[in-house]
Design a protein around this ligand. Sequence first.
Ligand SMILES: [Zn+2]
Length: 365
Amino acid sequence: MHDSSSRALDLFSPTYAMARGKFLSAASARGLAVDSNVLGLPSAEGETLAIDVVLDGPADASKMLIVLSGVHGVEGFCGSAIQTGLLGEGAPMPAGTAVLHVHAINPYGFSHLRRVTQENVDLNRNFVDFSKPLPVNAGYAEIHDWLLPATWPPGADTEAELAVYGRRHGARGLQRAIGLGQYDHEDGMFFGGSAPAWSNLAFRSILKRYTPHVRQLASIDIHTGLGPHGVGERIFASFDHGVLPRARQWWGELTDVHTGSSTSIPMTGPIQTALFEECPQAEQIGICLEYGTYPSDRVTSALRAEHWLHRRGTADPLLAQQIKRNLKEAFYPDADDWKHSVWRQGREACLQAIEGLQADCPVEA
Ligand SMILES: [Zn+2]
């Protein structure tokens, strides 16, 4: 007999293949259909790569909560566990309300333990209009070669150059240069792409299929890697700031990348763009749920190493293994207390959204 503590831990998995298996089993145990959008590329362990979509609730629901996991592949362990847990609980849905679970939007990165997609694209920088001039990030161009030097670990000279940049522009300025998104270095970090990524197009087509009836749309996009260990920062993620008071009624205190109150920074081309473009008829209210893991220096260093490995490769299999292990740990700490707090806060945020959707929507003149 399992107690509730070990049941919560059982929601988490050590690999994408196992995480997907648990998600599919939870859907099947509830008798819910799974819509698998298969990506025909090699996976880490021979498993199928797919964005799996499960609708929990009526197909014509006018109120919908969309829960997203794995936008940043390796961050998907956390969101996947929350989705599997919610499906497993099977709480009765209020009338006219549905939850749409979109599992592993970036299945390639999830399986291969990369933050980016098979295109080396940061999916959360990819939702820009590629027919227009792309955003320019001059800061990134300046530090690209220092972030990903010829050898790893980096030499003291490149670290000194980065430190000088950090002193000149401040820690926040350095964070912006690295993480804002860039469109000029396709083998670089936080690359937004030169065209819509496969996951971008697949997500848009999923939204077209599942949301035409929706009038009130809530979204929770689950990430890891920023902020204090185990704390799920609720970051306001709607483009319409008019809904911020309502979002605070649902979820309590929210941070905002545009006022600097968040550990995260503004970015170009976030995935919420698709919600606004594909579901224009719906009133939208959403957050990113960002769970802290380790101090940002450690997370950034793990990311740099993994990008270096992808770009340059290494003849040393032990170094490659260590880099991959460090990346996974940086975004998915192997610690029971972290997993417990992820599940507790993730479940709470989703239930708050379902409850919030029941309140009357302000009628627009
Ligand atoms: Zn993320």
